[in-house]
Design a protein around this ligand. Structure first.
Ligand code: CDP
Length: 245
């Protein structure tokens, strides 16, 4: 793993946003990745889909023939992870051991495996330093489940996105269809519900809004409406410090 040690404090910042991290948390299909990516683009900042880290661990366990329910196996794979989220001409792509695994990471078997390995405290611990390395050279948007509660609790501005479960399921259908990834509709919906429950109820870093997060219900809003709102909040908090494109 390309480890970037050290805690970033989201306080003082230069014009490229160095020192600022904006957490965007929420459950599957809430729209957090879509929004975080667009905003990172508008600001010229870094972006990390932290779920891809857990998906990468889940994939490694599956590919090595291991059992995602075995915590020791998951912790071993997390400790040896070589992962990178890089901007390419095709957008933000995720690399595992140098291979572009962005599409593979979205497969249902990986979604399910990732949610199991992510409940293991040693896995979360192993991935923490990597995530905390963001925001040092330029500002960064990180999306996930616990970015505002555990990874960057000191961030001055955080968002928590959510939406009605049926709407989230139908968004995920469309996403997988667009990406031409094979899936079974019923299994996928059951998987998403199970993942939601597991993510919210686990003991370590459960999915929940930070006390000071700004909640956004995206059920009946367009991307443009959400973007306008989020940019407004970002300008209110950091307007003096940032350049918007
Ligand atoms: O895209 P989607 O919301 O479906 O999932 P994801 O963000 O790629 O995350 C995949 C799984 O990783 C989730 O179900 C969580 O169990 C886990 N995860 C986590 O525990 N903490 C994070 N910060 C991000 C993801």
């Amino acid at each position: 793993m390309v480890a970037r040690e050290g805690l970033v404090v989201s306080g003082q910042a230069s014009r490229n946003g160095a020192g600022i991290v904006i957490p965007v948390d929420g459950p599957a299909g809430s729209g957090k990745s879509t929004m975080a990516k667009i905003i990172a683009e508008r600001l010229g900042w870094d972006y990390l889909e932290s779920g891809a880290l857990y998906r990468a661990v889940g994939l490694k366990v599956l590919e090595s023939g291991g059992d995602p329910d075995n915590p020791d196996e998951a912790a071993r794979q997390a400790g040896a992870l070589r992962f990178e989220c890089r901007k390419t001409p095709d957008g933000w792509r995720n690399f595992l051991d140098g291979e572009d695994v962005t599409d593979k990471l979205r497969e249902e078997r990986v979604s399910d495996s990732s949610s199991k390995v992510s409940a293991v405290p040693a896995v979360r611990e192993a991935l923490l330093a990597f995530q905390r390395g963001y925001g040092r050279e330029r500002g960064a948007l990180l999306d996930g489940r616990d970015i505002g509660t555990v990874v960057f609790p000191e961030a001055r501005l955080k968002f928590f996105m959510d939406a009605d479960i049926e709407i989230r399921i139908s968004r995920r259908f469309n996403e997988l269809r667009e990406k031409k990834i094979d899936f079974d509709q019923e299994k996928m919906a059951a998987n998403l519900r199970a993942r939601d429950k597991r993510d919210r109820e686990r003991t370590t870093a459960p999915l929940r809004p930070a006390d000071d997060a700004i909640p956004i219900d995206t059920s009946n809003k367009t991307i443009d409406q959400i973007l306008e709102y989020m940019i407004g909040e970002i300008c209110r908090e950091y307007g003096q410090l940032i350049d918007l494109r």
